[in-house]
Structures are given as structure tokens and as C-alpha cells.
Design a protein around this ligand. Sequence first.
Ligand code: 13P
Length: 234
Amino acid sequence: MKIIAGNWKMNGSRSALKEMVSGLQSLETNHTIILCVPYTMLGLESGRINIGAQDVSAHTHGAYTGEVSAQMIADTGAKYVIVGHSERRGYHNETHNTVRNKASAALSNGLIPIICVGETMEEKQAGKTMAVIESGVRESIPSDVNTPIIIAYEPRWAIGAGLTPTDAEIADAHALIAKTLSEMGLSGTPILYGASVKGSNAAEIMSIPNVDGVLVGGASLKCDDFIPIITSVK
Ligand code: 13P
């Protein structure tokens, strides 16, 4: 059983989510299906889809105009939240420290954080991929985790670019993440791969050792693209 998660980023609408919910309703699958949607789409009827947000405030409440707390997200019935996505780290200068605090806020309110790590093209070219992944895992995860978390390996250079690492590169990255998690007392934590996943490559990617599922951007927006990813694996 795999975890197939979609990240709608700043796309979609409430009616598009309704369409996705009804499109997936009759699908036969044992996989866990998650959609991380914009805040405005939280709280809608979601059928078999588990709903998540895409970011969360590190603060509990108060004068933080425009921010949304983990408690507010949980209050909508959402179960997951992405933290530390490449686009948050890149466009909003989020550090490991910020990401860790956001993950902590999520955990304190019963949400499962999907914590993203991954290297930029510059880091890859400098031969730092493994070091960046390991420090991302060690520094973005709170020290006191005792409820489930999910890690997503998203090579930042490959996101939205139609590019993917080789199977061997994905295998190496996921093996390192699994080893690091085990050293942190978190073995068994699911590790998702994300960046340019589509129906045509999903099965191969999910057959790589330590790949427990995928985090899908563009191809999660429409049933016609998302369903083939879900049905591509047993
Ligand atoms: P794409 O699947 O569009 O490359 O996006 C990946 C991603 O960022 C998922 O969080």
C-alpha cells in the first residue's frame, strides 16, 4: 500500500475539488490518497480523499495577519499539512528552523506534517546532494516526535521542470533518508518522492526501494492525470 499525495499549490477551485472527489469516489484502491489544497478549499466534503494544507503558521494564535494556525487547519477536518516545500523555502526564505517549528505546531494539533527536503541544482552540481538531504532531515524534524510524520524527498531542481533524477539517484536519496530516520529513532516513517511524477513514471518510481509513495504537483490537478498515478501501482 502506497501513499499518493497531491499538492495543488496555488491552483484549483472549490468546484474543481468537488469534481476530483466525485471522480475518485468509485475508484478501487487500497492506497492512501491525500490532496493538499489551498486554505480556501479546506473543510469541503472530500469523500475518500484525505485533505491537507500546504503550509501552516509556526505560531499558535494572535496578531499574525494572513497566517493560519495548525489548530485552525485541524478544525476544518484536514489531517495533513505540507511543511518546508521547496517553494516556501525558496520564495519565503524558510529555514530548517522555521520548518521544524511549523512541523511542531502541526504535531501539537494532531496533524501529520509532510516534511519536504531536497537539493537545489546549485547544490547538486556542487556534489552536495547527500549532505543537503541528511541535514534537511536532521534539522527539519522536531526532536520530540511521537506521532506519525511523513518525509517527502523533492529534488528542487526537478520540480515542475519535467525532469526526474535517475532511479539510482532516487534509490540513494531514499536509502540515506531511511538510514537517517532510523538513527533518529523514526524508522518506519513513510518517505515519498516528489518532482515531475506522472502516470507514465509513477509505477517505476514507486518500485524503487524505500519509496513509500509520491507527492505529485501538476499531475494531481485533474482526474485524468491523477487517477493513472493511483492505479499504476498495486
Ligand atoms: P510537479 O509534480 O509539478 O513537478 O511538482 C512537484 C511538487 O512540488 C509536489 O509538491
